[in-house]
Design a protein around this ligand. Structure first.
Ligand code: GAL
Length: 692
């Protein structure tokens, strides 16, 4: 027994097992694949045919009832689950498990007519109406109550049903900027709670002495208007926190209701990865978070002339790295199987691209992918949206064939895959966290100071570099333990406090390597400047003082030189006065502060702190800074060209080629190609097994 425990312990140490195996999924399955199906859209006589074909293609689950409130509760308080029971039974006949949905995104017409106060009101006074979807206000107590009644009935009915694997709440629940009177009432209540029912605290937090904005009671406060460009941004900050909280509370309450009745079924929702909305991960009772992802919709974010057929090389990777750390696992609820209907232009994906996206989702460590959708709709808003099958209901689309191929490949790999965390030591050694708080982006975007500043683009300069290193990246928030990462990067982390700076300092002293970048810790959590030298909250940590910052016109960028190489910049540059034990990296040239540095690094305790007070035009400087730092830290990195990414999981290496050129990959010693070849074409995939 002792020997067994020892062996297991060694296995954990050598494989770097950091998360426990997610309880909801079986490692041996690698990943599950499913497809959305709306029984209510199709003649009942076709359901069996469709599930049979779905099963034959290799799908293992389906997805029901997402927008079916009108069919589930045709009259207030009268529920009808018979049709859904039939669909669940038929799916089961073809070994398809079911994800059940709460359908709150589409309230039935009786609800909107009898209780019009549930409808969202826009800032200009427009009241949304029945006939589309997502027109109900999460702040409306009536809407919530009626939602909860319906959900509880559904959970009572299906909560103990082993054919149902899990639940999806609502659909792409976003943060609503809703001017419904109920939202205003709720906002005042949020402020009362936050500021201890003391209006003076609000006035201090929002700096209302400025421009006579002072309030004498909570009832005078209204929702901030975006039409007023100079609206108090401290108020906007609180409003955004409140609005994100409304979505989170609504989801969490739904989740708790389901959990009252559910046995062994997980609960999640399908977020759109809008990183700056600030709600993802904010409903604590969800078992994990999932996302929806569309890759081809008319904008060319890809590489080369037809890059729009393949999509942005890091779009799925970033979502993986953002969602996985929330609870250690994630799924993808919607992945397009072909053309969509809602893009500015809806081109065909490049042959192979759908499979490339599937492998990209897998590479990040997901447990499932579901495609939107199985059948192409014959009527309604999404008529031009491809499915796994064509408008005739049976002909497999090209994307459907790519799903089929992927599912076959996964089944083949299941026979030999290792545990999830079997990953090589050099890969684990470059594990890096990016500390991210959407509130920084909210705050900076209101006071950019330079129209070309883009907070997400700044973060992506670091992210893109890390992916070229072949580094596993976790995008984390402050609730996570930093000490598990050899390197943590906090880009443009504008709002901070002493507690956070103390945590950063401790992390470094204990051996961590922290990278802070420009605009960090300049404001407190209300978005106010501390009464101290500008930006000085982190001086003790970085060892620097900031003399001033400068911003240039994009047409006339400035120059920074490091190790003999020149870089351009314009959006933000800090001029540092480094302390005695700081090493400076590079200097400004051709400005009145020529010769002064923006980058410094120093050892502190057992770790190091690097400060990069400049944002380069194209990310080249950020890349070279990280290269220099990882070399100093003896962290081995790769040098993958943009468009090629690689990850490890289950003892498998996965190399993905989003570029417009073939890529030739050199296998690590003793590795064996299992899927694809080392010459990887555009939209191609290589999967290899690590040396045994
Ligand atoms: C998603 C949405 C789905 C469907 C899909 C079409 O954003 O969640 O319900 O509308 O787009 O591509």
């Amino acid at each position: 027994m002792k020997k067994l425990i020892f062996t297991l312990l060694c296995a954990c140490l050598t494989t770097g097992m950091l998360f426990a195996q997610p309880a909801w999924f079986n490692d041996k399955d690698l990943t599950l694949t499913g497809a959305y199906y709306y029984p209510e859209h199709w003649d009942e006589s076709q359901w069996e045919r469709d599930f049979k074909q779905m099963h034959e293609l290799g799908f293992e689950f389906t997805h029901f009832a997402e927008f079916a409130w009108a069919q589930l509760e045709p009259e207030e308080g009268k529920y009808d689950f018979t049709w859904l029971d039939k669909a669940v039974a038929l799916a089961d006949k073809y070994q398809l498990k079911v994800i059940m949905c709460t359908s709150t995104a589409t309230p039935p017409v009786w609800l909107s007519r009898k209780y019009p106060e549930i409808l969202i009101k826009q800032e200009d006074g427009t009241i949304l109406d029945h006939g589309a979807r997502q027109h109900a206000s999460f702040a409306s107590p009536v809407y919530r109550e009626l939602s909860y009644k319906m959900i509880e009935k559904l959970a009572q009915h299906y909560g103990n049903d082993p054919r149902i694997i899990g639940w999806q709440l609502d659909n792409e629940p976003a943060v609503q900027f809703d001017y419904n009177p109920a939202a205003e009432v709720a906002f005042r209540q949020f402020l009362r709670n936050k500021y201890h029912n003391n209006i003076k605290e609000v006035n201090d937090a929002w700096g209302t002495a400025f421009w006579s904005e002072v309030y004498s009671s909570f009832d005078e406060i209204t929702l901030p208007k975006t039409a007023q460009m100079f609206m108090n941004h401290h108020q906007i900050l609180d409003y955004r926190r409140f609005a994100a909280g409304q979505t989170n509370d609504f989801l969490n309450e739904q989740c708790l209701l389901i959990k009252k009745h559910a046995r062994n079924q997980w609960v999640t929702t399908n977020y759109i990865p809008n990183y700056d909305e600030g709600h993802i991960g904010g409903s604590p009772d969800l078992d994990f978070v999932s996302y929806t992802r569309y890759m081809v919709y008319g904008d060319n974010e890809g590489i080369g002339r037809r890059g729009y057929r393949v999509g942005n090389p890091l779009r799925i990777a970033f979502a993986n790295d953002f969602f996985r750390p929330v609870q250690g696992t994630y799924g993808v609820m919607e992945l397009q199987p072909g053309q969509v209907n809602w893009g500015s232009i809806n081109p065909q994906p490049l042959p192979g691209a759908v499979r490339l996206w599937l492998w990209s989702v897998f590479a990040g460590g997901s447990d499932f992918t579901c495609t939107y959708r199985y059948r192409q709709p014959l009527y309604g808003t999404e008529q031009y949206h491809y499915g796994i099958v064509n408008t005739d209901g049976t002909t497999i689309t090209p994307g459907g064939r790519e799903f089929e191929q992927f599912m076959k490949e996964i089944k083949q790999l299941r026979t030999q895959a290792k545990a999830r965390e079997v990953k090589p030591a050099d890969y684990r050694a470059r594990r890096t966290a990016i500390l991210f708080n959407h509130e920084n982006a909210w705050s900076i975007e209101r006071q950019k100071q330079n129209r070309t500043w883009n907070t997400m683009a700044h973060v992506e300069k670091y992210y893109r570099t890390l992916k070229s290193f072949g580094a596993p990246v976790d995008i984390i928030n402050e609730s996570k333990d930093l000490s598990q990462y050899p390197v943590v990067i906090a880009p443009a982390y504008q709002m901070a406090d002493k507690a956070l700076v103390d945590r950063w300092t401790e992390y470094v002293k204990q051996g961590g390597n922290l990278v802070l970048t420009c605009r960090t810790a300049q404001k407190d959590r209300y978005g106010r400047l501390p009464e101290a030298p500008f930006g000085s909250m982190i001086d003790e940590l970085t060892g620097n003082e900031m003399e001033f910052y400068d911003l240039l016109l994009p047409e006339e960028p400035g120059k920074y030189v490091m190790d003999g190489k020149e870089y351009t910049w314009n959006t933000w540059g800090e001029i540092l006065k480094p302390g005695k034990d700081c090493h400076t990296w590079g200097k400004y040239i051709e400005e009145f502060y020529e010769g002064k540095p923006a980058i410094s690094t120093r050892k502190l305790g057992k770790g190091s702190i690097t400060y990069v007070g400049i944002d380069s035009t194209d990310g080249a400087l950020e890349k070279d800074v990280l290269k220099k730092l990882y070399a100093e830290l003896n962290i081995p990195v790769m040098d993958l060209p943009y468009g090629v990414t690689m990850e490890y999981r289950n003892g498998l290496g996965i190399v993905l080629n989003y570029s417009d050129k073939p890529y030739s990959f050199t296998l690590p010693a003793g590795a064996k190609a299992l899927i694809g070849t080392t010459d990887i074409p555009t939209a191609g995939v290589l999967v290899f097994a690590l040396k045994q």
